[in-house]
Ligand binder design. Sequence first.
Ligand code: PMP
Length: 420
Amino acid sequence: MSIERNQSQKIYNRAKLLIPGGVNSPFRAIGEKLPIAIARGKGPFIWDADGNKYIDYLLSCGPLILGHANPVIVEAVKKQAELGSGFGTITELEVNLAELITGAYKSIEKMRFVNSGTEATMSAIRLARGFTGRDKIAKFKGNYHGHSDSLLVGLSEGITNNTTRDTLIVPYNNTQTLENVLETEGQNIAAIIVEPTAANMGLILPNEDFLPRLRQLADDYGIVLIFDKVLTGFRITPGGAESIYGVKPDLVTLGKVIGGGLPVGAYGGKKEIMDYLAPLGPVFQAGSQAGNALGMAAGAAQLKYLLENPNIYQELNQRTKKLTDGIAQASKEAEIPVVIKAIGSIFSLAFYNSMITNHQEALQVNTDMFGRWFVGMLSRGIHLAKGSLEVNYLSIVHNDEQINETIEAAKDTLKELKNK
Ligand code: PMP
């Protein structure tokens, strides 16, 4: 099956001359053979520069839970654009969005808006360091928290030895190593940061005792516990991990869905910690575009819609289950072992012959097979996440028709993989 991609190719050739690798985020790189440049999106669909149409399960890396160019968001942004895009001073729009978020998240008493998930986690870490007067942090293998130096240790060059020394990396879902580390380092650790539902090594749900134990350890050692909900916030339930697992963090980081597709991040939590921020306290954090009017308007429109229609989450769960059950059945029929997992409207898929329960296993998956699956699905008009460590998303406008079409494409693609 071959699809015309001349315009995409031309755009990619131009991009490569000016933008390293032709991409503004390395997650987007799909190699020389398969450039697709997207021209527009509507509902569950995107179209590339050559006019090819795809059912989109990337949804701008997650934010678009109402689908592309949903009129609810378009109208809010248009209306705000007419009134001004930002002012560098306070607006009611920021308060409106903050009220929606704090109303949903019981652990967020006060919060700050920033412009990305990276900024949210970076700022939460600085705040935890300022608040505790400690330098080190603990994070978990396979959790991703954006690209600030402290949180990218082990994953990039360009990070100083001092920063590397201050970031302790321990296994996810098993607190034994962390407990050993805490015995000697507990009094030096400012924060434990965790994805309560891990979604950057495929989906890995927390073991039953993992989050309660983290809460206990953080309390024992006076450490700030940060739940990074940038990816999963408002995707699984409106109330966050605390409403599912019953464990309250000290700080929460958010992004993606809360901005309705515009660049918005946020962090918040206990009042006594948040009030440590300037101008009230000694920890500095700022942003020319923080709380910008367009992002606040888009985010508030999206959250308001979600909060006023809470049955959406159940519907999304059911549709996601229908899709993942269908793909799992197709993999059985093709006799190709696929690990497919879902929570809320998020799902991950990997080629591996037993369950994936940790980062080590997540790295052992068949990436060659995944590459061929991705190409096979794309050539059948299905746009997925580009690797098995990344997750896919559904929106409220992905209906049965698109789900069935995706399952059919999966059947054909898996058959093709089997016969190769
Ligand atoms: N935290 C988590 C859990 C994420 O998944 C991501 C990005 N996918 C980030 C932080 C960073 O967010 P951003 O890409 O908006 O900087």
